[in-house]
Design a binder for this molecule. Structure first.
Ligand SMILES: Nc1ncnc2c1ncn2[C@@H]1O[C@H](COP(=O)(O)OP(=O)(O)OP(=O)(O)O)[C@@H](O)[C@H]1O
Ligand SMILES: [Mg+2]
Length: 347
């Protein structure tokens, strides 16, 4: 008796064109039917490349036909509509542009705890303040911090089209794993589920029309980063560092990550740059200027520095980012300035 597992095992010998990984582990096989020796397989490609689809179809058929008990094989490879010609040169052409979202910008760092989420929420609110329509996507699946920092706790509602409608606060639409979990349960998923969740953050969320979608990434270069870059075309990446870490490879790691996946680097933000005491004295707790000196060395722009400021943390904990709670402070002004340079980068 021919089983679905026999088919799956045979498909594990079929590699995605140009990759060493097989189509099953890539998650491309969506449906397998076996009945009286008739095998039908449905695969879904995120790439619009017709050549990849043709190749996959013929290789899958070649792998399945010789199996004992198989009388006929039907392989269907579904693809999104072909991308415009200009996108053809992009090796990550399996990405699909999200309708309605003009620009997607990721905030990342090679290191944890440098203030990526703080920068993300404050940049999102600053862009909103500049009159733009903004969304904020928290791709930190294991440690989502955006709902707390943005003061959003309600779950997304479901639209008539059965899509999730992101809640919003401070004029910014928001989606995060933290909004989908019950209570404080920890996420103990493995890679493939993270991949799926991040894909759904785009395909199953009704973002509506946005000028900017900012994406807060977890530290490092794991599944979340790669999935994001493969799922949607990113218009740019912002790298966050602290002064003392800038030259220690954190910036270089962030740059390398974006370069590997062809994402333009918009620039470096140096967070926790300096501290001003109540008497006005400036203290450079972590040294100062690492980001500014490292940027030209890496031939990327320096977007600006954000001071270490108690109100930034307190505001984050209260769910009201500092650019909203205390817009006149130097910290808030620093974020606004960075947001303006970002917008200028896009002309
Ligand atoms: N400029 C700043 N002044 C004061 N506190 C700050 C500043 N930037 C960040 N913080 C605080 O530092 C902590 C870590 O910041 P945040 O969560 O934004 O970092 P992260 O890089 O996103 O961390 P993770 O890698 O865990 O995602 C938070 O409590 C935040 O409020
Ligand atoms: Mg974070």
């Amino acid at each position: 008796m021919l089983t679905e597992d026999d088919i799956k095992n045979a498909l594990k010998t079929v590699k995605y064109p140009g990759y060493s990984r097989d189509v099953v582990s890539f998650g491309l096989v969506k449906q397998i039917n076996v009945k009286d020796g008739v095998v039908s397989v449905v695969m879904a490609l995120t790439s619009a490349n017709p050549e990849a689809a043709r190749q996959l179809k013929s290789e899958a058929e070649r792998a399945l036909r010789p199996l004992a008990g198989v009388t006929s094989v039907y392989v269907e490879v579904n693809q999104p509509a072909a991308a415009p010609a200009a996108a053809g040169a992009n090796p990550w052409s399996q990405q699909a542009k999200v309708p309605g979202i003009s620009r997607i910008v990721a905030v990342a760092s090679g290191k944890g705890g440098v203030g990526k989420s703080t920068v993300s929420v404050n940049l999102a609110c600053s862009l909103q303040h500049l009159g733009l329509k903004v969304g904020l996507l928290d791709c930190d699946i294991y440690g989502p911090s955006i709902p707390l920092m943005m003061g959003v706790h309600q779950k997304p509602t479901i639209s008539e089209e059965e899509k999730m409608v992101p809640p919003s606060n401070h004029g910014v639409k928001l989606m995060s794993m933290g909004l989908l979990l019950e209570g404080d349960q920890p996420v103990i998923w493995r890679g493939p589920m993270i991949v799926k969740t991040i894909q759904q953050f785009f395909s199953a969320v009704e973002w509506g029309s946005l000028d900017y979608l900012l994406v807060d990434l977890p530290p490092g270069t794991g599944d979340a980063q790669l999935t994001l870059c493969q799922t949607v075309p990113l218009d740019g990446g912002v790298i966050v560092t602290t002064p003392q870490e800038a030259s220690l490879g954190v910036v270089r790691k962030g740059i390398a990550m974006f370069q590997k996946v062809n994402v333009p680097i918009l620039g470096i933000v140096e967070n926790m740059s300096f501290f001003t005491t109540p008497s006005g004295e400036r203290v450079e707790i972590f040294g100062h200027g690492g980001g500014r000196t490292e940027a030209p060395r890496q031939t990327v722009s320096f977007l600006g520095e954000v001071p270490l400021f108690t109100e930034i943390r307190e505001a984050g904990d209260r769910g009201v980012p500092v650019v909203v709670s205390a817009p006149e402070t130097p910290a808030a002004e620093a974020f606004l300035k960075i947001a303006k340079s970002l917008v200028e980068k896009f002309g």
